[in-house]
Design a protein around this ligand. Structure first.
Ligand code: ZN
Length: 234
């Protein structure tokens, strides 16, 4: 898969580009159904491959109970899913340049999806096999998990000043696992994380539109604490 890995031409893992309800397309090929840990809950997802002359698309939607019981044939998928109206949490998540091998195409697209979801969602187990069988699925998830743990290990062994500063400020920095130098920590007095690149000794918060080095991080935390103190009654 690595030698001639198809090029990704579209990515929308959080459905930011597909608002509202939409129809699933026809000619879906069942890839697999899997359980997804979304933090507050676990949901069942069904994944489909749609091949066109221009690209291989991965579509996902919530799997219903029927899917688990049925013998998942192309006829079943056509009957139950072709043209189905779906809502938020469904749609085309990734597309790549087309290749003949459906298994490689599906695994490559799932690989991109699961990596994009790291830190938000995690695939916990296969529920129903299609193009992707249980052994392929488990191998893919184990490989991503192994790389995450490897990156976390490297991050912990290469702490830099900003990580020590974030810890001293009580922001609880933790490696994200996505890169050997990527960390996340609590954005002060909010419920969201900020991100740190230890190699660059810099942090950034997209929500608060703040970034900088260790000194800016100290100033940011102080500013938030002062504001909180001043806002407190009495
Ligand atoms: Zn923030």
């Amino acid at each position: 898969m690595d030698a001639k890995r198809p090029e990704i031409v579209f990515g929308d893992p959080f459905f930011k580009q597909s608002k509202g309800s939409r129809k699933l397309p026809k000619n879906l090929r069942f890839v697999c159904a899997f359980e997804l840990d979304i933090g507050i809950d676990r949901i069942d997802q069904a994944a489909f491959l749609r091949k066109t002359a221009e690209r291989d698309e991965l579509w996902i939607t919530e799997a219903d109970g029927l899917l688990m019981l049925a013998d998942i044939t192309d006829e079943y998928v056509a009957r139950e899913y072709d043209g189905r109206i779906v809502d938020y949490g469904s749609g085309c998540v990734f597309a790549a340049s087309p290749i003949d091998d459906e298994l490689s195409a599906s695994l490559n697209l799932l690989d991109h999806l699961f990596r994009a979801w790291v830190g938000f969602y995690w695939p916990t187990k296969l529920l129903a096999a299609g193009i992707v069988k249980e052994a392929d699925f488990n191998k893919l998830v184990a490989q991503i998990d192994g790389e995450l743990k490897d990156n976390e290990e490297k991050a912990r062994h290469n702490e830099t000043e900003i990580i020590r500063v974030a810890r001293e400020l009580g922001l609880n920095p933790q490696p994200t696992g996505t890169r050997p130098t990527y960390w996340q920590a609590s954005c002060p007095h909010t419920n969201h994380p900020l991100y740190i690149d230890s190699a660059k000794n810099s942090f950034g918060c997209g929500w608060c539109r703040r970034k900088g080095g260790a000194e800016e991080l100290r100033a940011f935390v102080k500013e938030r604490r002062d504001r909180r103190k001043n806002a407190a009654p009495g």
